[in-house]
Each structure stands twice: as structure tokens, then as C-alpha cells.
Design a protein around this ligand. Sequence first.
Ligand code: GLV
Length: 332
Amino acid sequence: MMRPLVYISRSIAAEAISLIAQCCDYRIWNNDQPVPAKILEEEMKKSDGVLTTLSDQVNAAFIAGAPNLKIISNMAAGFDNIDISEATAKGVMVTNTPGILTNTTADLAFALILAASRRLIEAEKFLRNGQWQAWEPMLLTGQDVYGATLGIIGLGQIGSAVARRAKGFNMNIIYCNRKRDYRAEAELGATYANLKELLSLSDIVSIHCPLTRETKGLISYWELAMMKPTAVLINTARGGVVDEGALYEALANRRIFAAGLDVFSEEPLPLDNPLFKLPNVTLLPHIGSASIATRTKMAIMTASDLVAGLTGKLPRNLVNPEVVKDTPIEKS
Ligand code: GLV
């Protein structure tokens, strides 16, 4: 039997590559930088499966132009970089990596909550720049996290993991979600609110919803205007959920206290982005899931789902299960 041909769009953990090599031939963009879109498109034309990362925009034309393609395995929990409806229409399976990155990403969200509220990066720069002359009663004072009200937008796995951490900080937790979640409310002691209520009541707002047509630009001028002047906004989900221009205005005019961002509408964040000029925003280069253990597990999970899909088994993390509903298939 012919071995399936796989394209791997980035240098990933060796264990993941070995898994693929056991039953597939593969080609790889063996580089830490993303593969140019044109090369990805060309490689997809020849491939039965493709392993992508969130930097690859897999648009409808790439999928339509890949006649043998059976599966796209995306090494990320989010899959907004892939045209899911085109994949589904063409019967191409799409997988992601939910669950394994939950705690690592929640840790980072909490690190940003603390860093932005207590001005950690600003304080560190101040010290390194030799500006520390004396202890001063009001020097670099920020906002308390312990006991504050945390508003979680999107109480999925990561949002819930952030809420669990917040309980240890005696925080009052409110959330908004597409659907009210009674089980999470009971476990986390979280109170359901609509977006308006959440924005006006929270001391810290943390975004954990996926980027979809409904959530694109969800936090814009009016939403920021509803927040307290002492409030802190944290985004570890997707940059597109926040209107960055509106956020810049709100931070520059001190209409909110601070923000902590790990994600941006354009990544890498262009160096001329005005956010760089503001002291009250903590900026990170999309490292939510970046622990050595978690990124390794993500690569392995992505590779094993890719192999499953190419060897007649059911991938564990299928985003579009409709594509296999009429196919007799073995569980992987
Ligand atoms: C990271 O942002 C992911 O979706 O895994």
C-alpha cells in the first residue's frame, strides 16, 4: 500500500515527527519561522495530510486546490486560521489540540492578570533603568488582585481554569458565555452576567472565547467605555476579539487602568504599533501554551491525530465530525 504523504509546516518536537514517519512519507518546512503561504499552498496540492500551526492561514483556495487532502491537523486549540466550512464541504477532517494546553494557558493568563494589575514590567524597567531613588509611598502603585471581581468572557476549559486560580485569590467571579453553564457555576461559584453587566462590574476582564464571526471586535469603543477606570483587560484568546485601535485610545486616555495582551490581530505585532508606546500595557508574543512540556504534548497530539486520520482511524480531536458521520471508522 502507498504510504500517505504529509506536509509538516514547521520544525516540531522530534517525537511527533517520528510518529508520522512510522506510517507516512513526509516533507517538512524545517524552520522556526512560518512557511511562506505560496509554499504551503503548493505542498498541500501534493499532500494527503498537513500539519499546520496557528501562523498558517489555510484558506479555502488552498483546500480546494488539494485534491488528495484528507486531514488538516492544527497544532493549536484555536482553529480560526483554517477555513472550516471549505474543509467540511470538501470532506477534509480538521483537528486541534484542546485540553492539554488548558492549565499552561490559564497560568499565563493569571501571570498577565498579576503583571498588568501590579505594573510588574513597568516596575522592572524602572529598576533596570536606574530610576529607583528611594522607597516612596505611592511609587508604582497598582490595583489589587486578591478579592477583586474577575469577569471571564467565555467560560470554556481555559476560562474555567482561570476561575479556579481566581478562587485561590478570593476573587468574585462573574462570566458571560454563549450558554449559561450551571455545572461550572456550582463548581466555581461563578455568577452569570450579560456582557454589559460583566464589563461594568469587573475589576479585571479576561477574554477566553474563540475568534468567530460573532466575537470579532467584541470589545470595542463602547465596551471599553463601560469598564471601570480602574479596570484591567486581559486577552490570551485571539487578538481579533478586541478592537486594538479602541483599546489604544482607552489606555492612552486612562479610561481603563491597564491591559495585558498575549495575542494581537496581526502577529507578530508590527513594531510601529502604537501600543508599544504605552506604559500601561503588558505585551507578550503569543506564549500562552509555551511550556516545554505542553508544546511537546501538543505536537504529539497533532501528529497522532494526523496519523489516525490517514490510517482509517477516528482522530480524537475532530473539529468537524460531520465529515466522518457516514464512514465506518475505528476509534484511535
Ligand atoms: C494558542 O493560541 C492555541 O490556540 O493553541
